[in-house]
Write a protein that binds this ligand. Structure first.
Ligand SMILES: Nc1ncnc2c1ncn2[C@@H]1O[C@H](COP(=O)(O)OP(=O)(O)O)[C@@H](O)[C@H]1O
Ligand SMILES: [Mg+2]
Length: 247
């Protein structure tokens, strides 16, 4: 589904006229199969979100290629309706002047062939994320954190994408709400037969939902392991990272 080959990314460091650069991603290559849930874990500042933006085509890599089913994600048409995203900051992800239904409608507009029409799709996805259709008319400030994140998830699945990228999407929710949302994501994935890219610094959450996990350190891939082999990671760094949760 996603094929990433030798990508590199640097950002300018220092002031406006500085020529210094900081390399944020180095030689990143991996594949994500159709329907797979691939976790990307690493400490804060390791380059996870940058990688996420490149995968979504929001930014371009300095070098290397990212293909979605054989076509470059740099092309908007390749991404549209195929790859969605849910970010950590759900409050700013939804336009404060939009009602829930307007927020969900936004990406739906580009989907022309909708069986049963747009209105029933809104009810359907709200229902699928566990929100009553009466939420349609609510504004973001009337929602709890968990509810707002459910709206973001409803919006992400509404176009029935083949892949959703989550960047720390559950990190700022309360513990019990996190578990509910993880359960929801597990069910939705089965229902729609989608793949997930699940970016998090929370190894426990990744272990719960992912098929494979990629450990990233200072912009480089340290290791990629199947979740059932998480306990047998090879590198000292991965071991140390994992000890924090196994202990
Ligand atoms: N737009 C940007 N401009 C300059 N530096 C950036 C930008 N985005 C990220 N960085 C830098 O890249 C590094 C990795 O950041 P990020 O990808 O957000 O890491 P993570 O999501 O793993 O915490 C950090 O050192 C950060 O300061
Ligand atoms: Mg981040």
């Amino acid at each position: 589904m996603l094929s990433v080959d030798c990508i590199e990314k640097s950002y300018k460091k220092g002031g406006l006229f500085s020529k210094k650069k900081e390399q944020v991603l180095k030689n990143i290559s991996f594949e994500c199969k159709r329907g797979e849930c691939l976790g990307i874990i690493g400490e804060s500042g390791s380059g996870k979100s940058t990688l996420g933006r490149l995968l979504l085509g929001i930014e371009k890599p300095d070098r290397g290629t990212i293909f979605f089913e054989g076509k470059s994600v740099g092309n908007r048409r390749v991404r549209m309706g195929n790859i969605s995203a849910v970010f950590q900051d759900y409050t700013s992800s939804i336009n404060p002047f939009y009602t829930v239904e307007e927020a969900i409608l936004e990406p739906l507009h580009m989907k022309k062939e909708l069986l049963g029409g747009v209105q029933s799709k809104i009810d359907q996805v709200l229902c699928q994320v566990g929100l009553n259709p009466s939420y349609r008319k609510k504004y973001p400030h009337e929602l709890s954190g968990g509810e707002a994140q459910r709206v973001c998830i409803a919006r992400a699945v509404s176009t029935e994408p083949k892949c959703i990228l989550f960047d720390e999407a559950i990190s700022s929710l309360d513990g019990s709400v996190q578990i509910q949302v993880l359960e929801l994501l597990k069910n939705l994935r089965k229902l729609y037969d989608m793949g997930y890219i699940f970016i998090t610094h929370d190894i426990q959450a990744a272990a719960y939902i992912c098929d494979r996990v990629m450990i990233i350190r200072n912009g480089e891939i340290e290791e990629i392991v199947k979740v059932e082999h998480l306990k047998d990671v090879q590198s000292a760094y991965s071991k140390k990272l994992l000890q924090m949760i196994i202990a």
